[in-house]
Design a protein around this ligand. Structure first.
Ligand code: IVH
Length: 675
């Protein structure tokens, strides 16, 4: 195959894969294979520059930065669309009534057929194909003249550089360039990581990307496209209806949104409006309404347009999901885990179909990133059922200097319980340290306390904890041990029998282990394994209570973060109080002897020394063994783990041999000690 034919074959194959991936959302080749084809085409074009055609996929990126966009006069004006702001079904009735009146239809006449589709929230673009090849892309501008954004549009992989099927002399395709919500989130995350400015919403991100003068930057923006109409056509068989136009565009390789329908009469339109409203939040991109178009192109012609708006189309809106209002104050909400969430107190504003007075600000980092300050005018967003959020301030409307908001300075103490608020080194959230005491964390703390791996109180589950806390019978864990049969039996769905069972379970839990007790406290970053390490290391609760961060870090696997969590928790007087009350209420466990920090190597092992070791004295050997948590016994028994034998070992050695116990010499002991 010669180079010309090979290049053509590669272009066609890459275009097929692009279409499969970006339009059909059904990839046909692995990325590596795609890259290989792409590189082969690039190499061919480098060797033979004359093979570099306008529709080559290598030409999607590569243009130079522009100093400005050239104006483009639209051959067919790009009309705008009338919006129906009545977001109720009556909005559809009004449009249908107007169309019928303009067409001179009587009530008895047949219903008008409409094509309904989504109103995408992006940027309108006219794509001009000559002999099947994309030659120019332009923005709408004022409808007469737009801007030439061909270089940037080429970077949008969902837009074909060459039409599939038979190529007409001229075909202008109109549609919307937009950004999917997930792509938008990822783009913003990348912008943030690169220290660049983030975008307020997907529409701004899409429009900003297309208006980029440097196509290399535009190429990195994840843009998508939906076709929804026509501009100039020459030599293209125009179908009779709008629905057929969309099907034809799809056949030419354009992405056309699947949520479209042909409907009849006002009822059909209202139905579509309601159906899409229910779908709105689940769509991967933003829409701000639906669009109804008279389906017959002949009727469209007959209806014509007034000023720049066709009489045959309307955009039927949904309640706006964004609005601007005044940020009056920032307060905090304490969650079940003690996390403090900053909440914006807003001048009430109607958005997303309801009046919003509060919106989340997520955390301090988000406030810093958006630079939101009390007294700012802010954009509030409420999409569907999600919690309203403050998207960004409107900096032009900031009246003078406003202080930055510092959550820890404003709320050094938990607004719910008064305990200290802390923020971990690498953590985004600030937290209340009053775990056992804080009413906001009560239910969570109690459930954890009673859990199977903690105090193991059988039967004390979520429903019961809810009831007990809501009835103010139980506030802190110690109240559990003060429960009486009467209080319990009076609860809903709780008979005397189950009350008795629960009391028995509570009674049983009084006798536990130190490790379980420590775990039950629900100290942040202290899981079951850490609780066990702490219990083994300190042996006694009082030793743990007295430990500072340095002492805590002596425990195997306890680093600075865990040590800090423990000190913060135990530093909170309320938590101490609950611990003391629990002890006073009879919660108890077997206390052990504290174990050395670096122990563990010989923890739980028993050794017997016999004979004279070459270098170590008996006292030295004993100290080293105990230093590693081992025990030194005077006589050999089945419980002996090792016998360390030196010169002139006597009966102990014989006994060890008899029992099959491992015998070590001094180097063997040193190895065991890790020396
Ligand atoms: S048709 C004859 N269809 O809405 C009407 N426009 O003012 C020409 N838009 O910015 C437009 N989705 O980009 C049409 N399915 C859709 C649309 C749509 C969004 C935008 C369009 C323009 C505005 C119309």
């Amino acid at each position: 195959m010669d180079a010309v034919a090979r290049a053509a074959a590669l272009r066609a194959e890459i275009a097929r894969h692009d279409h499969a991936y970006y339009v059909l959302d059904a990839p046909t080749v692995p990325d590596a294979e795609y890259d290989r084809l792409f590189r082969e085409l690039q190499a061919l074009e480098t060797a033979h520059p004359e093979l570099r055609t306008a529709d080559s996929p290598t030409q999607r990126v590569g243009g130079r930065p522009l100093s400005q966009f050239a104006p483009v006069r639209h051959r067919v004006p790009m009309l705008s669309i009338r919006t129906e702001t009545d977001t109720e079904a009556s909005g559809a009735d009004a449009f249908d009534a107007r169309v019928r009146r303009e067409l001179g239809l009587a009530d008895a006449d047949a219903r008008v057929e409409y094509a309904a589709e989504l109103k995408f929230d992006g940027l309108a673009i006219n794509l001009r194909y000559e002999d099947g090849v994309l030659v120019q892309a332009a923005t709408r501008g004022d409808g007469e003249t737009g801007e030439d954004v061909t270089q940037n549009i080429r970077t949008v992989r969902a837009i074909p550089l060459r039409l599939k099927g038979t190529a007409p002399a001229v075909l202008e395709v109109r549609g919307e360039v937009y950004m999917r919500r997930d792509d938008f989130e990822q783009l913003n995350a990348r912008q943030l990581a690169a220290g660049e400015k983030t975008f307020v919403n997907p529409r701004n991100a899409a429009a900003g990307s297309i208006r980029q003068l440097d196509p290399a930057v535009a190429a990195k923006r994840p843009l998508s496209f939906f076709a929804y109409g026509l501009g100039e056509t020459i030599g293209w068989p125009v179908p009779a209806t709008h629905a057929e136009v969309l099907d034809a565009l799809q056949a030419h390789g354009f992405p056309v949104c699947e949520h479209r329908a042909v409907l009849s009469g006002a009822a059909g339109l209202a139905d579509f409006h309601a159906r899409i409203a229910a779908l709105r939040d689940a769509l991967p991109f933003d829409i701000d309404g639906v669009v109804y178009k008279v389906n017959s192109l002949a009727l469209q012609q007959q209806l014509g347009f007034v000023t720049r708006e066709p009489r045959w189309a309307v955009a039927h809106k949904y309640p706006a999901q964004e609005a601007v209002t005044l940020l009056r104050d920032i307060e905090v909400q304490v969650g079940r885990t003690g996390a403090l969430t900053p909440v914006a107190r807003l001048e009430p504003v109607f958005v997303g179909g309801v009046t919003v007075t509060n919106a989340t600000l997520h955390n301090q980092d988000e406030i810093d990133r958006k630079d939101v300050r009390i007294g700012d005018w802010v954009i509030v967003r409420r999409a569907g059922d999600v919690i309203p959020e403050v998207v960004a301030p409107v900096p032009e409307r900031r009246a003078g200097e406003l202080p930055r908001f510092d959550l820890l300075a404003r709320f050094p103490r938990c607004p719910v319980c008064g305990s200290h608020v802390v923020r971990g080194m690498d953590e985004a959230v600030a937290r209340c340290t009053g775990g056992l005491f804080c009413p906001a964390q009560r239910k969570q703390a109690l459930l954890h306390f009673a859990g199977r791996r903690a105090m193991d109180i059988d039967g004390l589950g979520e429903k019961l904890v809810d009831q007990l806390v809501d009835a103010a019978i139980v506030k802190t864990p110690v109240d559990i041990y003060r429960l009486g049969i009467l209080a319990l039996a009076n609860l809903e769905r709780m008979g005397e029998k189950s009350a008795q069972n629960l009391l028995a379970a509570i009674e049983k839990s009084r006798h536990t282990t130190l490790a379980r007790f420590i775990f039950a406290l629900g100290i942040r970053n202290v899981g079951e394994a850490t609780a066990r390490d702490l219990a083994r290391h300190f042996g006694k609760l009082d030793a743990l209570l007295a430990a500072d961060e340095a002492a805590l870090q002596q425990v195997p696997d306890v680093g600075p973060i865990v040590a800090k969590s423990i000190v913060e928790f135990l530093g909170e007087p309320h938590n101490r109080e609950v611990i003391e009350q629990l002890r006073a209420a009879g919660v108890s466990w077997q206390e052990g002897e504290p174990k050395d920090a670096v122990s563990g190597r010989l923890a739980g092992r028993t050794l017997v020394l016999t004979g004279t070791l070459p270098t170590l004295s008996r006292e030295e050997a004993k100290a080293m063994i105990e230093g590693q948590g081992g025990k030194v016994a005077g006589s050999v028994s089945k419980k002996t783990d090792y016998v360390v034998a030196g010169e002139e070992a006597g009966s102990k050695l014989a006994k060890a041999q008899e029992l099959g116990i491992t015998i070590l010499d001094e180097p063997g002991l040193m190895a065991l000690l890790g020396n």
